[in-house]
Design a binder for this molecule. Structure first.
Ligand code: FMN
Length: 193
């Protein structure tokens, strides 16, 4: 873990209660293997429930070395624009959290931190997951995108012929890391064998 204050190596990952916890697990495992990066993590109450349902895990199993913040704690550093970090990823991101971010309704630390990233013009990636999408969802997606968020739907590709969920998750988490500009060996690259 990097020393506190090395904000250029600092990232925020938030987990909310959508399906797709395998992506959160893979992304957080990457950070666990990068002690040079400082990871701040937060999970919603629904996120904890879906994590237990889908993977039988508790939050700290995902990233034991991360600085975990309570989702109701508005005194956490993430709630302030003076806390600098390279990027924030919400993975997976529910329609509820998307709606709160798109409408600027900061009811928990995840919403507030995302609001801060947008106002400070810092990268915010929303790995949204729902199907089908209502008009409200679609409008919230465009509102969030217009405000600067990157909409990163939890839609894995199949052209790499993943043999199992592990490979699928690796490929997808690798695409998120590409977007963050972080080096990784999680997946093969199209056209590079
Ligand atoms: C097993 C399970 C799967 C869910 N999957 C989704 C999903 O894929 N997308 C979504 O928007 N909500 C999903 N939900 C509903 C959210 O968890 C619920 O709307 C919750 O209030 C979201 O709160 P949060 O955004 O604070 O995590 C799911 C709930 C459960 C129990």
């Amino acid at each position: 873990m990097a020393a506190p204050g090395t904000d250029l190596n600092r990232y925020v990952v938030a987990v909310t209660g959508a399906s797709g916890m395998i992506y959160a697990r893979k992304l957080l495992a990457y950070f666990a293997g990068r002690p040079d990066l400082e990871l701040h993590a937060v999970i919603s109450g629904a996120g904890e429930q879906v994590l237990a349902l889908e993977l039988g895990l508790k939050p700290r199993d995902l990233a034991p070395g991360a600085v975990w913040h309570r989702v109701e704690d508005f005194t956490a550093p993430l709630a302030s624009g003076s806390f600098r970090a390279r990027a924030m990823v919400v993975v997976p991101c529910t329609m509820g959290t998307l709606g709160a971010i798109a409408q600027g309704v900061g009811r928990n630390l995840i919403h507030r931190a995302a609001e801060v990233f947008l106002k400070e013009k810092r990268p915010l990636i929303l790995v949204v997951r729902e199907t089908p999408l209502s008009l409200i969802h679609l409008k919230n997606l465009t509102r969030a995108a217009a405000a600067g968020a990157t909409i990163f739907p939890a839609c894995p590709g199949f052209y790499h012929h993943p043999q199992n969920l592990e490979e699928l998750a690796r490929q997808f988490a690798g695409r998120i890391l590409d977007h963050l500009g972080l080096e990784h060996q999680l997946c093969a690259r199209w056209g590079e064998g």
